[in-house]
Design a protein around this ligand. Sequence first.
Ligand code: MN
Ligand code: MN
Length: 294
Amino acid sequence: MVSEDFIKAGKIAAQAREYGRMLVKENASILEIAEKIENKIVELGGKIAFPVDVSSNFIAAHDCPLFNDPRSLKKGDLVKLDLGVHVNGYVVDTACTVEVGDTKHAEMINAVEEALKEAIKIFKPGTKIGDVGARIEKVIKDKNFSPVRNLSGHEVGHYLIHAGLTIPNYNNGNQTELQENQVFAIEPFATTGDGIVIEGKPAEVYGMINEKPVRDDNARMILAFIKENYKTLPFAKRWIAKKFNMLKTNLALTSMERAEIIKQYSQLVERTKKPVAQAEHTVVVAENPIVLTK
Ligand code: MN
Ligand code: MN
């Protein structure tokens, strides 16, 4: 049996994603889009599992709008909205790709959506993980795009976004069989580039890596707030700055990063700077696979 909390989180995430899709328009502020989606998640009774990403064009993932981010969308931008919701710690993860006022990337968007659909069809107990990757790879290559090979789907868990096993976007030969009731995010990425992402600019998103005490009062206060509110889940600098102001936030995060208590994530960019599309659902392995974020 799948936890009711997973089911509830899935419904909230799906609603928040579809709401977000409507916000992707020419001249829309990416910070406003992220904040509106985050507010929607809370309004619907969920908690934010990680800061909403609004990644455009050759930025494949992890472009999380910054505090006071001035950027807005332009006609032709290929926008990946990626969001996570948890209920009592049970995390779901979903994403979609929207093109701003244009259709020149419609086939690439179609390729990732089709690849996701095909992967879900075989997401049954006993299916080999490599075979899921092979299915994704075939759909994307048949449409003359390249899968992104070093981004993958992942098992989700209790207060964990990346828990254990991964689902590749190509056949990596993994013979491990899926087991009933395992829960995974499946996320095909396609590109017209060579399909490898590298780290880009810092994302101003952080996660806890080590439990260690801090010396100064300011950092101690902020660390307590982080543990209380986000536990092991990623958080945005802008969330902390809203609560404590930017100066205190910068001092605390810098010292905690130096002490290796937290680490900062980076944007992930396609290395040949070609556009990338993504689709993502969280799915329960079953004879009739259950798409939680439908
Ligand atoms: Mn995601
Ligand atoms: Mn994911």
